[in-house]
Every structure is written in C-alpha cells, then in structure tokens.
Ligand binder design. Sequence first.
Ligand code: G3P
Ligand code: MG
Length: 267
Amino acid sequence: MRGKDWEPWQPGRRLPLPGLPRVIAHRGASAAAPENTLAAFRLARERGARMVELDTRLTRDGVLVVIHDSTLDRTTDGHGRVIETDSDRLALLDAGSWFGPQFRGERVPTLAQALELLAGLDMAVNVELKADPGEERRTGAEAARLIERVWPADGPPVLVSSFAEEALAAVRREVPELPRGLLRERAGPDWRVAMERLACITLHLGSHHLDESILRELYREAVPVLVYTVNDPAEAKRVFELGVRAVFSDVPEAILPIAPPLPHAWS
Ligand code: G3P
Ligand code: MG
C-alpha cells in the first residue's frame, strides 16, 4: 500500500488514510529500549504498535543512519558529530549500553536496515528527516530514493516528515508520490500555506503548545493532526477527543488500550 493512495490535505476533505494507526511508537518503544535501535522497533511490535517513528540523518560519507541527535554522545559510546563521522566507524559504536547493560551491542542502524526490519514486521513507518544546516536537500533526496528502492510496493504506509521544509521539498521533487507530513512545534499562522506548498498529507505538532482552539480549527478543516510526544493516557484521551488523528508515544502499550476507534467522520 505504501500510503501512495493517501492524498494531500485539501480543506474540509476528511480522508480515512488506511493503514495509519492511532498510536505511533516514538523512536520505537523508547521508554523500554534504547531509542532508534532495532531492539526498540521489535519491542514496539511485541507491545502491539503497528507503526514506528524514527529519526534519520546523514553520515560524512552520505549514509542515512537512524539517530536523533546531531552528535553521538548521548545515545552511543562515541563522540562528535554524526555528519563528521564515517559510516563504517559509526557501525562499530554501541548504541545500547547507555540505556541498560542488557542492550549492550545494539548498533546505530542504517535507515536501510531499519526499513528492512520494519517491512518484515509489517509495520508502517514515519521517517523523520533530521538535517544539519545546509544538508536539508541532500537528506530529503537521499531518503526519498532509498525508500523508493527498498520499501515493498505492497508494504504498509511510509510517511516522511521534517521540521526542515527544504528537506520535504526535496522529497517531493525526487519521489512526488511519497507521503509527506509537515512537522512543527506549533501550527503557526501559515500552516495552511505550508501544507499546500509541500502537498502534505498530515500535520505533526508538539503537545506542549497545543490549545483547544487550534485543534478544533484543524479538525474543522479536516487536517489529520499527529501529536508528539504523548505518554500520559489521560492526555492522549483528551487530544483524541479533540479530533487528533494519532499520537506518538514512548509507551505505546500504555496508550493503545485507551485509543478510541476512528470516529465515523474519518472512515
Ligand atoms: O516526529 C515527531 C517527533 O519525534 C519530533 O521531535 O525531537 O522527538 O524528533 P523529536
Ligand atoms: Mg523524531
């Protein structure tokens, strides 16, 4: 399916977006396993999630790897900037011990490795593009080409998002039919213009800056809103009631039981 039958947002047109679940495991099951590792993705599946969000960025030699920060220091035993590190050196680092000794030996996956695992688990994926300044276009173009090459045409949906609009524009140029999500901390006054300019399908917003009036407006306009990061079931219930389409959570197993079925209006 690959989400290719999803259509860009149009004002007032509420699309069902088949294959987009209500709960997305943020960086995998990242409260219970080291974020953005294959272990975290497997655990997300074991705990019932059907979709994972991951972060990807380029190494010095142009390989997309799955890591959140621009530096290696927080989540590996290495140091320095990812963009200044070659992929063969990065592949040797331990990305699990910082989280717990039982995860020793987990690696920083390449995006290709992560996608292979997720497709094998029949999980949908949100690939979030992280880019150092000046790397936005290359990151978007490389990611689009890679996804197009490795993701099965009949696989679950792939959704590409980024705070960097230039990266999303590059994705669109490279593989126009690849679904895109606009990622922002807050919607901002120009959300409509940006959604239309990039032909985005979804709008991903931070939970800290959400007020009810913007959520009601976005629901009226039939924008599929995805909210990060929601770990409290009561907060999840509140945002679902306000029409949010999906939430990203570090604890998908805590949110899945309270996620209501899609209201009739979405299906
Ligand atoms: O994609 C949603 C969310 O992951 C964006 O923020 O910093 O967790 O990547 P961050
Ligand atoms: Mg992210």
